[in-house]
Design a binder for this molecule. Structure first.
Ligand code: GLU
Length: 424
């Protein structure tokens, strides 16, 4: 029997600390009481399970899975499930809290949660993935529920995994419960527009930011780090709006073309090339770290946490950073970036398009009705734009960067809600 040792927790710059540093700053500015501080800080529920899975070679491997419900003050908890070798409880706790703030920023009636399993999906067969997802669902039967905690995809998971989750949960309940999870395939009650929703929200945020900086999208350049669901859609949609995307990257490396990369072509290439951009012919390979410091207007980190740190922040030349990933900038880089005058559209705002359309999916499931794509895009674009304006306005009001302003908007909303609801 093999035990998959969870990744060690880094003592410096772990995402939980990065999240808490921003949280602390916003709380101080808001003058929140000490009681409220702890109500908002301590997760409502945290579950860790061991999942013994029979692998294709007949051996049993034990995986460690987590689900953290950070808050259910605004409504049922909401957040994705991450399959990645680096998953650990601190990361899941940070990601769960970010979901609370994200849902509050875009004003949807959800609390925040996150799940994760330390595993490597790239090395697992479909059968192994299915057994793992089903076992995780069974272990979380008393956590999940359409009115309790509604999972969704995150890194390493997608519609296929959500279908298995929905099926396993439905079997246990003796009826089809499609509202228990979002990001499902269309035929199972998934929503139109959900797959591209996060990338679309990044595009809307980027355009709103360019407008503030008086950058003409048709004359703008962008670099997109990460070419998964978020990065590829963000790049394609920015390209569609006239922005020249000069660099993209994924696990295989980074690729640069000063004349602009044909994003549709890159997506096609990736899909025919085992899911990676390896040997992408229409651009020059560059060092992945160099992508972050290119002289572009917009930098979109769309992979994972702690990509922009105090080490590379001094060299960033972009005028604007739009955070497609959760936590791509570590707290130690914030001051450097602010001093350089770079506009940061923070993760809990910029990547909230995904959970917004997840909310629409849940609403449609509960109505037993299907909206067309036009309605979904119109409504999610409006929500993203309104949230951007509110955060921008708050940043001027408090004279703080947009990141802290986003925390202020979110924390205030959750704290006010708690005050009305009351505790024991
Ligand atoms: N995993 C996505 C995020 O981090 C989506 C969550 C959801 O749709 O519930 O925002």
């Amino acid at each position: 029997m093999t035990y998959i040792e969870p990744a060690p927790i880094k003592d410096k710059e772990n995402p939980l600390e990065s999240m808490m540093q921003r949280f602390d700053k916003a709380v101080e500015l808001l003058g929140i009481s000490e009681e409220m501080y702890y109500i908002l800080k301590v997760p409502a529920r945290q579950v860790t399970v061991g999942l013994p899975i029979t692998m294709d070679d007949g051996r049993i491997k034990v995986f460690e899975g987590h689900r953290v419900i950070h808050s259910n003050i605004l409504g049922p908890a909401k957040g994705g499930i991450r399959f990645d070798p680096a998953v650990n409880i601190d990361e899941v706790r940070a990601l769960a809290a970010w979901m609370t703030w994200k849902c509050a920023v875009v004003d949807i009636p959800y609390g925040g949660a996150k799940g994760g399993i330390a595993c490597n999906p790239r090395e697992m067969s479909a059968g192994e993935m299915e057994r793992l997802m089903r076992a995780y669902t069974v272990a979380m039967l008393d956590v999940f529920g359409p009115d309790r905690d509604i999972p969704a995809p995150d890194m390493g998971t997608g519609p296929r995994e959500m279908a298995w989750l929905m099926d396993e949960y439905s079997k246990a309940k003796g009826m089809t419960v499609n509202a228990v999870v979002t990001g499902k395939p269309l035929v199972l009650g998934g929503s139109l527009g959900r797959t591209e929703a996060t990338g679309r929200g990044v595009m809307v945020s980027a355009l709103a930011g360019m407008d503030k900086l008086k950058i003409n999208p048709y004359k703008a350049t962008a670099a997109v780090q990460g070419f998964g669901n978020v990065g590829a859609h963000a790049a394609a949609l920015l390209h569609e709006r006239g922005v020249k995307v000069v660099a993209i990257s994924d696990i295989s490396g980074a690729y640069y073309n000063e004349h602009g990369i044909d994003i549709a072509g890159a997506i096609k290439y990736r899909d025919l090339n085992k899911g990676t951009l390896a040997n992408f012919p229409a651009a020059t390979p560059i060092a992945p770290d160099d992508l972050l410091t290119l002289n572009v207007d917009v930098l979109v980190p769309a992979a994972k946490e702690d990509v922009i740190t105090h080490e590379n922040a001094p060299y960033i030349q972009a005028k604007m950073i739009v955070e497609g990933a959760n936590g791509p900038t570590s707290a130690s880089a914030d001051d450097i970036i602010n001093e350089k005058g770079i506009l940061v559209v923070p993760d809990i705002l910029a990547n909230a398009g995904g959970v917004t359309v997840s909310y629409f999916e849940w609403v449609q499931n509960r109505m037993g009705y299907k909206w067309n794509l036009d309605r979904i895009n119109r409504r999610s674009d409006r929500i993203m734009k309104e949230a951007f304006d509110k955060v921008f306005h708050t940043s001027q009001q408090y004279n703080v960067p947009m990141r802290i302003a986003a925390y202020i908007v979110a924390i205030k909303k959750v704290a006010d809600t708690y005050t009305f609801r009351g505790g024991y």
